[in-house]
Design a protein around this ligand. Structure first.
Ligand code: PLP
Length: 393
């Protein structure tokens, strides 16, 4: 017998990947220059030179130790480098023992969710949210509880979150800078969230973990991205180099369990156990070595900042409504009809590939990834104008 749930996951590509695949086929059909693909979050800037230089240097060394298994939690030098970088950047005590190297943020999240939940528990997410949260939460035998973000700024709605937290809640997942909205949670929001979680822990008499999904930490346009463990002790940070160093296909990231968490040592052991149960023997070892060298390498945000300006100015001039993004590389645009899927389908007629909001847990919006060539954004503007015009009258 085939497992029905797993068959369903394999058979149903995500809306984003489906649109991306459609884009590839359409580009082959009518030429890549005629398709305006805003579907997927593949970084469009190259990895920093230090990444390639480090790889080339490493590949000249003895291949036997180079490609050998690392300890499950990661190479000591990689864990030390991550911990030292955290300590230096955020002015906190961070120990290597609390760092666990992973195959990107996806593995970090899957392991963290499994580590702090029991089947039957609830995990709270803020809608709109990254669709894979549901997959990982349900894979851990838990129920996803969706709480809408507070409009218009899409910050966490503290009262609504408090109302959603009950005796079965184990964790809350936040993502800042946010995919799909581009919001960066303010210090004020995070402090209110932390205070609410502490009050709820006291009320319910059980620990509440804050899982902070941070693949876009380095991609912010001037806004402060506060260090969450300094605000709430029971924080688990899930980080990735996919976007920060433009390495999404290489699969490297980490979990950091706050050293201030009362049960942090045990949580770190449970994260390692969950990684083991999920079949992650160790994170890709060549990339661990690269990460160890590149922890403080700055991300190239300038190209995304330029694209952001170009896209927002262009869509403003055409009268589109959107959320001003403070981080990540997505624009959250109001669909021109209530049915976001129908709007995305209509956009396809103009060769515009934009992701309907339904897969992020809300209706009525679309997500545009602007980690694409600048020229594509420029050339897409007449198509956006024609799409808008098709709704007039
Ligand atoms: N979380 C969010 C919000 C994302 O947007 C992504 C990837 O796009 C991930 C997690 C997974 O990142 P990774 O490629 O590092 O596994």
């Amino acid at each position: 017998m085939i497992n029905e749930k797993m068959y369903g996951l394999g058979d149903e590509p995500s809306a984003i990947r489906e649109l991306f695949a459609y884009g590839l086929a359409r580009k082959a059909e009518i030429g890549a220059e005629n398709v305006f693909d805003f579907s997927i979050g593949n970084p469009s800037v190259p990895a920093p030179a230090l990444v390639g230089d480090t790889m080339r240097e490493l590949l000249e060394t003895d291949p036997v130790p180079l490609h050998a298994y690392s300890p499950a939690a990661g190479l000591p030098e990689a864990r030390e480098a991550v911990a030292a970088s955290i300590a230096e950047r955020y002015g906190v005590r961070a120990t290597a023992a609390h760092v666990y190297l992973t195959a990107g943020a996806a593995a970090a999240l899957a392991a963290s969710i499994a580590a702090v939940t029991e089947p039957g528990d609830e995990v709270v997410v803020i809608a709109p949210y990254f669709p894979e949260y549901r997959t990982w939460i349900e894979a851990a035998g838990c129920t996803i509880v969706e709480v809408p973000a507070a409009v218009p700024a899409f910050q966490p709605d503290i009262e609504a979150l408090a109302a959603a937290i009950g005796p079965r809640t184990s964790a809350v997942i936040i993502n800042t800078p946010n995919n799909p909205v581009g919001a960066v949670y303010t210090r004020e929001s995070l402090e209110a969230l932390g205070a609410m979680l502490r009050a709820k822990e006291a009320e319910l008499g059980r620990p509440l973990y804050l899982i902070s999904d941070e693949p876009y930490r380095e991609i912010a346009y001037g806004a402060e991205v506060p260090w969450v463990p300094s605000i709430y002790d029971r924080t688990i940070v899930c980080y990735s180099y996919s976007k920060a160093l433009s390495l999404p296909g290489e699969r490297i990231g980490w979990v950091y369990v706050s050293d201030s968490a009362e049960d942090g040592d045990a949580v770190t052991v449970a994260v390692a156990g969950a990684g083991r149960a999920l079949g992650y023997v160790c994170a890709p070892v060549l990339l661990q070595r690269v990460a160890a060298r590149c922890v403080n390498e700055p991300s190239d945000v300038a190209a995304y900042a330029e694209n952001r300006a170009l896209l927002t100015e262009g869509l403003s001039a055409l009268g589109y409504e959107y959320v001003e993004p403070d981080g990540a590389f997505y624009l959250w645009v109001r669909a021109l009809e209530e049915d976001a899927q129908a709007f995305s389908d209509r956009a396809k007629e103009f060769e515009l590939l934009i992701v309907p909001s339904d897969s992020f847990g809300v209706g009525g919006w679309v997500r545009l990834s602007y980690c694409i060539a600048r020229d594509t954004i420029e050339r897409a503007m007449p198509a956006f104008a024609a799409l808008k015009a098709s709704y007039a009258g």
